[in-house]
Design a protein around this ligand. Sequence first.
Ligand code: KG4
Ligand code: ZN
Length: 337
Amino acid sequence: MSIIIIGIESSCDDTSAAVVRDGFILSNIIADQNVHRKYGGVVPELASRAHQQNIIPVVDQALLQAEVNKREISAVAFTRGPGLMGSLLVGASFAKGFALARNIPMIGVNHLHAHILVHFLQEKNTKKNTPVFPFLCLLVSGGHTQLVIVRNYLDLEIIGRTMDDAAGEAFDKCAKVMGLPYPGGPSVDHHAASGNPDSFSFTKPKAEGFDFSFSGLKTNFLYFIRDGMLKDKNFIEKNKNDLCASLQKTIIEILLGKCIKAAESTGIHEIALAGGVSANSGLRKAFGEEAAKRGWALYLPEIRYTTDNAAMIAITGYYKYLAGDFATHDITPVAKL
Ligand code: KG4
Ligand code: ZN
């Protein structure tokens, strides 16, 4: 009999539901929340209200598109954390109600774990190459930057993490300084494509071992812009593409440098990228070139699965289902996991 998992994601500002059958994606519906744009960042209270409005229509749409009836669902997987508490509560409460009403198991999923396991999501009619265990995953999102050794679907070890800002935050905060719209990462990527990455040089903060640090870069960038604007009030406008290209190059060098170090130290040559920042075209290109040089097998998630989505929650739920890793009904969301 098929195992059908419905996944629910509501950790930040995207409300998403997806249906996965035996590891194959059937639907993945995402409602993003434009309400945050004018504030230049996610407003938690507005996010939870929007999740509450979106969750039922999004789930209905996911079931409709998957051509699956509620009665056929084997289990409901939901993001337990990390994330914004008010947002997580909407998804968790929905999952509890759904599981109780249908009398099916519930599975709590770590959002970061899910970003990584999205590599195992299969699409009908296409045979996807999946990473071979153990592999090294660079997880780069808006809230996290980690280097993870993935030994099996449910056996992961974090060997490096950011000491301060995440890579996505570095993109977003520097973009904000230049007056680019939120979230800044995609805009920086866009402008960088027409800029010269060697125009400006920014600091690469030091961090021990496989850890990362980005806050020094952010401060350096902020002061550099301030000084430039004091000399010429059109400094940003005149140099936007070059600023973006140079900033992006610096972030990529920090990420790639630690990955090379980890690959050399662990001897693992199966390398995967995951998380929102793994959509960055410069990062994908730099890793592609390095992989060719070093003989790495490189796995890049499809762009639509880089940022937050419920397909990654459903596929992680599927592997937890196979392992019998179910939650009890007193499970609560956790903002920091
Ligand atoms: O994984 P994600 O959707 O959410 C979290 O779990 O945090 O990641 C969102 C982050 C944001 O910081 C956004 O600016 C960044 O991913 N991002 C990018 C790109 N697309 C999304 N950063 C750089 N280049 C991109 N193309
Ligand atoms: Zn995420």
